[in-house]
Design a protein. Structure first.
Length: 339
C-alpha cells in the first residue's frame, strides 16, 4: 500500500489496541523483554525511564545464526525498551517467509508496534499490509530504504546502502587498489547488492562479485581462499559484514595472498583487527542506533503522535568510516557492544 494514499489522520492517530501486561510469546529463534531485566543488561539510558502505560513491541529481523552484527542492534532496542517501559519481543530468521510469519504472530498477539527489516521486501509486503489493516504501526530499520514508503511504513532508520557503497569505492581509490572482489553472503538481499553496486560505480579499478553461503563460515573461508588462489591479481577483498571480513583475513593467509581486506560493518573483534592493521577500514552504520531509534520511535508515535522525518524522509545512521585514524576512539564503545 502506497504510504501517500493513507489518510494523514490515520497516520497520526495513536494505536487503539493496548497490550496486556501478561507475558507475550512469539514463535521465534529468540526473544527478550524490555523493562527491569533489559535495563540491567543493556547500557543504562541517560534520559530516565518512562512512566507511560506498558507497551509491547515486536522486532523482527533477518539475522542469520552467528551473525554478531545483530547483537548490537538488539542491545540498542533493549536499551530503548528499558527506558520506555516496553516489553520487547525479538524474533529473527534469514528466511523472508519465516520473517513474515513472525510479523503475523505479532499481529495475532495484538502488539502495540512492530519494527522490521526489509532485506527481501516483496516477501514481507503482505504481512506488513495486514499489520497496517489491524491498526498496528510498523517502522523499518537496517534494510529497505528503497521500499519502506512503498510498503506504507511510518519511518525508517538505517543507512543508504548505495551511498555507502559509493563512498567505499572512493575510499578504495585512495588505497591503491586495482582489482577487488566483493563478497556477497546472501543472494537476493537487496541491501547487499546495493553495496557492491555502489562500490563498482565509483571504484576506478576492476570489480568482481563473489557469492558465498553466509550461514556456513567454513564454506565462506574455502570459497574466498579458492578465489584468491585462482586469481592472484586480486589485491583487495571487500566483505559486507564483520564476521566475513575476519574470515577473509584467514583466507588471505591460507591462499598465500597479499590482498588487503576492507569491510562494511563493525563488531568488537573487527575493531581490534583495524587497530592491528589486518583490516584496512570499515564502514559503520551504527546498528545500536538503528535498534534504539526503531523501538523508541514507536513509543513516541503512540504517546505523542511523533514520527521522524515526517514520514517522508528516512533517518540515516551511516555511513561513517573507521580506520587507523579514529579506531581508538571507537574501540571503547565497541568493547561494550554499542558500536
Amino acid at each position: 500500500m502506497d504510504r501517500s494514499s493513507r489518510p494523514r489522520s490515520r497516520r497520526l492517530a495513536p494505536l487503539v489496541a493496548v497490550a496486556a501486561a501478561a507475558a507475550l510469546t512469539l514463535a521465534g529463534c529468540s526473544s527478550s523483554s524490555g523493562g527491569k531485566k533489559a535495563g540491567e543488561e543493556a547500557a543504562n539510558p541517560s534520559a530516565g525511564k518512562a512512566d507511560t502505560p506498558r507497551m509491547t513491541v515486536a522486532l523482527v529481523t533477518h539475522q542469520a545464526p552467528g551473525d554478531t552484527f545483530w547483537d548490537t542492534v538488539r542491545k540498542g532496542a533493549e536499551a530503548a525498551a528499558a527506558k520506555d517501559n516496553i516489553k520487547l519481543i525479538y524474533s529473527a530468521d534469514p528466511n523472508a517467509g519465516t520473517q513474515a510469519n513472525y510479523v503475523q504472530n505479532a499481529i495475532d498477539q495484538k502488539v502495540d508496534g512492530i519494527a522490521v527489516t526489509l532485506a527481501k521486501p516483496d516477501a514481507m509486503k503482505g504481512a506488513i499490509a495486514k499489520a497496517e489493516q489491524a491498526g498496528i504501526p510498523v517502522v523499518g530499520l537496517n534494510s529497505g530504504l528503497s521500499d519502506w514508503k512503498k510498503l506504507g511504513l511510518l519511518e525508517f532508520f538505517g543507512q543508504d546502502e548505495s551511498v555507502a557503497g559509493e563512498a567505499f569505492g572512493n575510499k578504495l581509490n585512495t588505497t591503491g587498489a586495482k582489482k577487488i572482489v566483493c563478497v556477497i553472503q546472501e543472494q537476493g538481499n537487496v541491501g547487499l547488492t546495493q553495496r557492491c553496486d555502489g562500490v563498482k560505480k565509483t571504484f576506478k579499478g576492476t570489480t568482481e562479485t563473489l557469492y558465498v553461503n553466509g550461514t556456513d563460515m567454513p564454506s565462506v573461508k574455502s570459497t574466498i581462499t579458492a578465489k584468491l588462489k585462482q586469481d592472484t591479481s586480486v589485491d583487495t577483498v571487500v566483505t559486507l559484514g564483520a564476521p566475513f571480513a575476519l574470515t577473509a583475513v584467514q583466507s588471505v593467509g591460507d591462499a598465500g595472498s597479499k590482498a588487503k581486506v576492507a569491510t562494511f560493518d563493525l563488531n568488537k573483534d573487527l575493531v581490534k583487527a583495524v587497530q592491528k592493521g589486518t583490516i584496512e577500514f570499515a564502514v559503520d552504520q551504527q546498528p545500536y542506533l538503528q535498534g534504539y531509534l526503531a523501538v523508541d520511535s514507536l513509543w513516541l508515535y503512540k504517546n505523542n503522535g511523533n514520527y521522524s522525518g515526517g514520514g517522508e524522509q528516512a533517518v540515516l545512521t551511516g555511513p561513517a568510516f573507521v580506520d587507523k585514524s579514529n579506531v581508538d576512539k571507537v574501540a571503547a564503545f565497541a568493547a561494550k557492544g554499542t558500536r
